[in-house]
Design a protein around this ligand. Sequence first.
Ligand SMILES: Cc1ncc(COP(=O)(O)O)c(C=O)c1O
Length: 431
Amino acid sequence: MLHTNLGINEKGHLTLGGADVVSLAEKYGTPLMLLDKERVRRNIRMYKKAVEECFGKGSLPLFASKALCFKDIYRLAKEEGIGMDAVSVGELFTAEQAGFDLSLAYFHGNNKTDADIAFAVDHGVGTFVVDNEDELRALQAYLETVGKRQKILLRITPGIDPHTHKAIVTGSVDSKFGSAIETGQAEEITRLALSLKNVDLVGFHCHIGSQIFEIDPFTEAADVMLRYIAYIKAQTGFEAKILNLGGGLGVKYVEGQTELDYAAVIKKMAEAIKLRAAAASTAFPLILLEPGRSLVADAGLTVYTVGSVKTIKGYKSYVSVDGGMPDNPRFALYEAPYTVLLANKAGEKANFPCSVVGRCCESGDILQENVSLPSPKRGDYLAVLCTGAYNYSMASNYNRIPRPAIVWIEKGEDRIAVRRETNEDMIRLEV
Ligand SMILES: Cc1ncc(COP(=O)(O)O)c(C=O)c1O
């Protein structure tokens, strides 16, 4: 099986965290997102331990909550003692409502509106990750009005190519995110931040992209950032206390992809940073990492009911399910690979080549192409594995299709975390 929390039971049914996926589909209906809570907890603990051991006390993983955002996930982050990153007031509000201490929140985004800035300052967000000069001036103006100071990191683009899909590259010089070292704008914004009365610059941030399997781009980015910190110290006397290296470590979605040992990657990053810090005679900063995908992806799967099965003679076959791009737009966006199987025939030989498609009125509504399933029939349960990240958080109501429920699985128990949307929910905002 793709990950160790998946299995097949004596009925030949797929299991997640020991729970029978077919029974849960029958109990809660489909489409349904199942989340293995123990797996998320295990992933968080592994990251926290590795970060603390490799970078020292005070260094911390922050959950990049864009990957999966609902109240209970912030409760879990709080229980496990990690921070979080948010990119919108919606995410901050959800975290706050869940009782998450916003002083441990890092507020991202390349276009924070004045209202976003006001909300975050008023609600005690610990650190802004300031993207650009425009935002920095707007933040200073608001802080001056309300007579407050705010801790900030500056988002810097290190100019690294991480070899991933272009839609999820973020650290190149021409990115919409951050200020580039190469163009001199990083230094300009750093000098500006140091000159402003109400902001307290504590360090720098970079994030090179997502779903990255190679380690070198991370160590290169860390090296570039350490050089930058040393350069700024020499130029201005300012020594960064914090270096946030973002997220981006890849997750195995299909056989053939690498299964990264995250703790080993973190160790390599730490070695590179220690070497560079020693060479540049800079103090070793506190290191923050922002994993999203690698904390939650393998904890989730989505189960659907198979509807129409159609073969176009001489061409191809389609297996349609009762969800699709509204709950998982990642194939439609960038042809993201997923492992697909029938949960009620998990042990059977796949003999039917097909494309798995959704129910939307859109040809691009595809969950996966060129897969094989064991004689799929109407009423079978189809599972898409490893959907914990960037599925629910990217879901829409396209074609007025309600979002699925999320069910936690923990120690053999199952419990609704987010209820299924209803047709009434579809019109709740309408006058
Ligand atoms: C600034 C920032 N931090 C962290 C992440 C999380 O990345 P991942 O889910 O690949 O770990 C992202 C996602 O792209 C991001 O933009």
